[in-house]
Design a protein around this ligand. Structure first.
Ligand code: PMP
Length: 455
């Protein structure tokens, strides 16, 4: 055992084997469904990601309400994964469920804006602070479209991202930084890539202003696409002063600052940028923005909007490469309207932060009591248990402390005790429907896990 992995590999493996047996014994119905699904779905699931969980067979869901999920075998779970943020405001929030049920009887998709669109536009400007908007179906789509606009408007070829970034299924961003040379390399896991994205994407460490200025200095970078805090490679918050300085550098070198707040929407009403006084040129969100109904959006400043309109007008008629047929469909617009009115509110965030406070305090106290060299990192209603002595500054810090076996053990142990965590790292998200009882269930299960590991 090392200081930050104070458990032997043998002990972990034995516990994991026992937990796998327990899962199989307690989920006969999920096992049957997995067997039937294997006959007609590649990998046994409608999307192969659905096997990226530590349980030995897929967990099939019967229903989900608020912060709870019930599986096909009737077991209840306190859900801290929340559809990995899509259900951040709780599963089936009542105002959204009502709005889509009503809309469902009046058309689902028309390739025309519904009457609600005008009001939604006003509410978007009010909630997120940017004057002009476009919609998309997923955050991946929104980011792809924003990159097209950024390159079209600036006439610059390069994109800049942070090492460890994730912005969806966007080829340009599926790159890594070679730690030896600092150059960009294709992410080795990406399938079927033929274009040389590393030629057009620069990657720098997060929280590094020197590297940022160096990357921007030749005036070739159209946009810096970034999450305000890395949330997809372990939770890596910005250091104090980083963003105001980074924003100033982008302005100085004529690079558009695109903040992807798909996850950091959990930081406060209107997202992290708004809560921290940042002024991006483009602001992107998806997932939870319409309460979990597929919908994404990007807002732009008035200045950028004028430049976008000018390049569109100057382009020949035909396909722009931006947009999809079902974008801003009637159902999504109804959901977005309800979400803007009833979910993106100070009351939602107060409730989310209250339970996140309790969870943070409970976890921190347990680490301290056992003198464990681990950290709880917090960002609004999102927090993460990290198996390292302090909050990471960048992706390399996270890589250095990666402990996949310990993570998988925590996930499966908690799952077997009715607590669902995001299957990637130790991320926990609190919704307005998450209660102190849900937090207690997680903390009790965490106590039992530590005891099972002899910690
Ligand atoms: N941006 C960020 C910051 C994300 O975390 C994700 C998904 N994890 C995406 C974009 C892509 O979202 P989607 O898969 O819904 O397209």
């Amino acid at each position: 055992p090392s200081p930050s992995a104070p458990v032997s590999a043998e002990r972990l493996a034995a516990l994991q084997a026992a937990e796998r047996e327990r899962f199989l014994a307690e989920h006969p119905r999920s096992r049957v469904l997995a067997e039937r699904s294997a006959a007609h779905y590649l990998f046994g699931v409608p999307l192969h990601w659905m096997r990226d969980w530590p349980n030995p067979v897929t967990l099939f869901v019967r229903s989900a309400h608020g912060a709870e999920l019930t599986c096909a075998d009737g077991h209840g779970y306190a859900d801290f994964c929340l559809g990995d943020t899509g259900a951040m405001f709780g599963h089936s929030p009542a105002p959204v469920a009502r709005a889509i049920a009503e809309q469902a009887a009046h058309g689902l998709t028309c390739m025309l804006p519904t009457e609600a669109a005008a009001g939604v536009g006003e509410r978007l400007a009010q909630c997120f602070g940017l004057p002009f908007w476009q919609l998309a179906l997923s955050a991946s789509d929104a980011n792809r479209f924003v990159l097209r606009w950024a390159r079209a408007v600036t006439g610059r070829p390069q994109l800049l991202v942070f090492d460890g970034c994730y912005h969806g299924a966007v080829d340009d961003t599926l790159v890594d930084r070679d730690p030896a040379t600092g150059s960009t390399v294709r992410r080795p896991s990406v399938l079927g890539a033929v274009h040389d994205h590393p030629d057009f994407t620069r990657v720098i460490p997060f929280n590094d202003l020197t590297a940022l200025e160096r990357a921007l200095a030749d005036g070739q970078v159209a946009a810096l696409l970034a999450e305000p805090a890395l949330t997809n490679f372990g939770l890596v918050p910005p250091e104090p002063g980083f963003w105001p300085a980074a924003q100033a550098l982008c302005r100085r070198y004529g690079t558009l600052l695109v903040l992807d707040e798909t996850h950091t929407l959990s930081s406060g009403v209107g997202g992290h940028a708004r809560a921290h006084g940042l002024a991006p040129d483009v602001w992107v969100a998806g997932k939870a923005v319409a309460g979990g109904v597929p919908c994404a959006l990007y807002g732009v400043t008035a200045d950028l909007a004028a430049r976008m309109q000018a390049v569109k007008q100057a382009a020949p008629e035909g396909h722009s490469g931006i947009g999809t047929t079902l974008t801003a469909n009637a159902l999504a617009m109804a959901a977005l309207d309800a979400a803007l009115q009833h979910l993106h509110t100070p009351a939602s965030y107060a409730a989310m932060n209250r339970v996140a406070d309790a969870l943070e305090a409970g976890l921190t106290e347990r680490l301290r009591a056992r003198a464990l060299p681990w950290t709880v990192t917090r960002l609004g209603a999102r927090l993460e248990l990290q198996f390292m002595p302090e909050t990471p500054r960048n992706a390399d810090d996270v890589r250095r402390h990666a402990q996949p076996a310990l993570e998988a053990s925590l996930h499966l142990f908690l799952l077997n005790r009715g607590v669902l965590l995001t299957p990637f790292h130790g991320m926990m998200l609190c919704s307005p429907a998450t209660s102190p009882a849900h937090v207690d269930r997680l903390l009790n299960a965490f106590d039992d896990w530590l005891a099972a590991l002899g910690l």
